[in-house]
Design a protein. Structure first.
Ligand SMILES: Nc1ncnc2c1ncn2[C@@H]1O[C@H](COP(=O)(O)OP(=O)(O)OP(=O)(O)O)[C@@H](O)[C@H]1O
Ligand SMILES: [Mg+2]
Length: 159
């Protein structure tokens, strides 16, 4: 099992979207991105960029009231979860969970820390976003598994 850690800063919402766009451009079916961070950290902003990187034209918002929004207008389906209101991990299983993770699309999960990471299998990329000040964000990447590590490496900008 491989694991990689890396931290980067984002000074603006535009920058966070640009980082997401690189992720989307490098994404492949079956990829899983787990997003952690408080309200307003920028989880949706990162997802909006990722959607653009997948050539999804429509608006992407937090699916707070629905647990899942599917976007199928891009090169690969995007399954956008928001677990803010989830009470039990079994709600995900009831939703037909297995179809959405590691399948034909890219799964992005806001508030992924509401459930145990193991539910997402053994290969996923995790971004924890912290907010040291109004506009600054620190994104801490953790790639668990070989594909996630490749995805992160492909996304990372040359130094
Ligand atoms: N560097 C930055 N990166 C991302 N967002 C930023 C940054 N600086 C300021 N912002 C602002 O922070 C907010 C991030 O909102 P966003 O909806 O993406 O957060 P979220 O983590 O999805 O929150 P929620 O948990 O409510 O879904 C936006 O209003 C955005 O303009
Ligand atoms: Mg959100």
């Amino acid at each position: 099992m491989t694991e990689a850690n890396w931290e980067q800063r984002s000074a603006s919402v535009a920058r966070t979207r640009a980082i997401g766009q690189r992720l989307g451009a490098a994404a492949r079916p079956g990829d899983i991105l787990l997003l952690i961070g408080e309200l307003g950290a920028g989880k949706t902003a990162l997802t909006q960029g990722l959607a653009r990187g997948l050539d999804i034209g429509e608006v992407v918002n937090s699916p707070t009231f629905t647990l899942l929004k599917e976007h199928r207008s891009g090169r690969v389906p995007l399954y956008h979860f928001d677990l803010y209101r989830i009470e039990r991990a079994s709600e995900l299983i009831d939703l037909g969970f297995g179809e959405y993770f590691g399948g034909d699309g890219v799964a992005v999960v806001e508030w992924a820390d509401r459930v145990a990471n193991e539910i997402f299998g053994s290969d996923w990329l995790q971004a924890t976003i912290t907010t040291p000040n109004n506009h600054g964000r620190i994104i801490h990447w953790r790639a668990q598994g070989q594909r996630a590590e490749e995805w992160l490496t492909a996304t990372r900008e040359p130094l």
